[in-house]
Ligand binder design. Structure first.
Ligand SMILES: *Cc1c(COP(=O)(O)O)cnc(C)c1O
Length: 363
C-alpha cells in the first residue's frame, strides 16, 4: 500500500503556475520586492483582514526580524510547546526565554499566573497559536498593557483563522505566519509579518534587505530575508485556491471527529463556536488509552501510515539548551508532549484513508 504521510503540500494546477510565472521570465526581475511580491502583499492584506503584511523568505527569519525590529531586551516570556523556531528566534537575538506552562485544554500559554514570570528585565511575550488554537488574546493584551510589554504572536499555524469575523493577524504588536510547504497556505518556503503600526513597513523592508534604505544609505544592521518572485507567484496561485483547500480539510477533520470523539482515553480539542478554523492539524491526546502514544505511532508506521509526535520533545529539553532550561519547569507541557500525536491531514487525503487510520487506532 502507498504510504500515507502526515502532510502533503497543496499544489495549484501546473498550467496556472506556469501562466503566473510567465511575466517573471519576460521581465527578468526575479527578486527584490518585485511585481508578484507586491501583488501578494496586497492579496494577503485582504485575505487576512489586516492593514499591513510584510513578506519574508521564511517564517523563522520573519520572527527573528520582528524581535530585532522591536528592540527587545533581557527576558521574553514564551512556552516550550512549540516548534524549535520560536525559542531559537529569541535566543538567536541574544535574549533569554522564560518558559511559562501551557493551558491543558488548548496547549496555548496559560494566563492564570503569567504575571508571576514578569521581572524588571521582561520586554515581551511571544505566545504561540498552537495548532491554530487561539491564545487568550484578551488577557495577554491586558497584561502587556499593564506592564508595558510587546506581544509577538507565533501565528505559523493560524493562517486565515477569524474570531467573530476579526482576523487573527490583528492581535498583539506583530504576528508571524509561516508559508512553508507543509502549511495550509504556502509559498514553497516563505513567511510574513502582520502589524497595525504602518511605520514598521519601511523598517522591515530595510531589515530583510541588508538595512538598505536608500541608494547610498544603510540605516540598519540588516540581513537578507527577501521572498523571491517565484515564491510570490506560488503564493498568488495558492491564495486563489486556499478556501477550497480549507474546505477539503474541513471534511477530513469532521470525519476524524466522527470516528474518534467518543473513544475512551482519546482527548480532542474543540475550537469555540466564534472561531472559523483552518483545519491545519488533527492532534489527539492519548490519556488513559489502552496503548501509549508511542505504541500507536509505531503501530500505524507498520501500516505505512506516518503520524508526527508534534510537539515532542519540547524546546526546553533540547540538547542545545541543556544546563540552561529544564522540561520540569513546565510539567503540563511535558505531560502533553509525551502523549500527543498529530494524524495525517491534507486536502487530498481520502475519507477511506481516514477510516482506515481510525480503524487501526481503535482495533
Ligand atoms: C512552521 C513553523 C515555524 C517556522 O516557519 P518556517 O516558515 O518553516 O521558517 C515557526 N513556528 C511554528 C509554530 C511553526 O509551525
Amino acid at each position: 500500500m502507498k504510504p500515507i504521510q502526515v502532510t502533503q503540500s497543496s499544489m495549484p494546477d501546473f498550467d496556472e503556475f506556469s501562466e503566473e510565472i510567465r511575466g517573471i521570465w519576460d521581465s527578468r526581475c526575479l527578486t527584490n520586492m518585485g511585481v508578484k511580491h507586491q501583488q501578494l502583499e496586497v492579496g494577503l492584506e485582504q485575505y487576512l483582514k489586516t492593514p499591513n503584511v510584510s513578506l519574508f523568505s521564511n517564517g523563522h527569519l520573519a520572527l527573528e526580524y520582528a524581535i530585532t525590529a522591536l528592540n527587545l531586551t533581557g527576558e521574553v516570556i514564551t512556552t516550550p510547546f512549540t516548534f524549535a523556531s520560536t525559542t531559537h528566534a529569541i535566543v538567536r537575538n541574544g535574549l533569554t526565554p522564560v518558559f511559562c506552562d501551557i493551558d491543558p485544554n488548548n496547549y496555548t500559554i496559560q494566563t492564570d499566573n503569567l504575571e508571576h514570570f514578569i521581572t524588571d528585565k521582561t520586554s515581551a511575550i511571544i505566545p504561540i497559536h498552537v495548532y491554530g488554537n487561539i491564545c487568550n488574546v484578551a488577557e495577554i493584551n491586558r497584561i502587556a498593557k499593564k506592564y508595558n510589554l510587546k506581544v509577538i504572536y507565533d501565528a505559523a499555524h493560524a493562517f486565515g483563522i477569524t474570531i467573530d469575523d476579526e482576523g487573527v493577524a490583528n492581535y498583539g504588536d506583530i504576528s508571524m505566519f509561516s508559508f512553508h510547504a507543509t502549511k495550509v497556505f504556502h509559498t514553497i518556503e516563505g513567511g510574513a509579518l502582520t502589524f497595525k503600526d504602518s511605520s514598521l513597513n519601511n523598517v522591515f523592508n530595510a531589515y530583510k534587505n541588508f538595512g538598505i534604505t536608500g541608494l547610498e544609505t544603510i540605516d540598519y544592521i540588516g540581513g537578507n530575508a527577501k521572498m523571491n518572485e517565484f515564491q510570490a507567484a506560488m503564493g498568488l496561485c495558492n491564495l486563489r485556491n486556499v478556501d477550497q483547500e480549507i474546505n477539503k480539510r474541513k471534511k477530513i477533520y469532521n470525519r476524524y471527529l466522527e470516528q474518534l470523539s467518543s473513544v475512551n482515553g482519546i482527548r480532542l480539542t474543540f475550537p469555540p463556536s466564534c472561531v472559523k478554523s483552518n483545519y491545519a492539524y488533527f492532534p489527539i491526546l492519548f490519556d488513559g488509552f489502552t496503548l501509549s502514544r508511542d505504541e500507536v505511532h509505531d503501530k500505524l508506521k507498520k501500516h505505512n501510515i506516518f503520524t508526527r509526535k508534534y510537539f515532542y520533545p519540547i524546546t526546553n529539553s533540547f540538547e542545545c539548551y541543556r544546563g540552561g532550561f529544564s522540561p520540569e519547569e513546565t510539567p503540563v507541557a511535558k505531560y502533553m508532549s509525551e502523549r500527543i500525536l498529530t494524524l495525517p491531514l491534507y486536502g487530498d487525503l481520502k475519507l477511506e484513508e481516514v477510516d482506515k487510520i481510525c480503524g487501526i487506532i481503535k482495533a
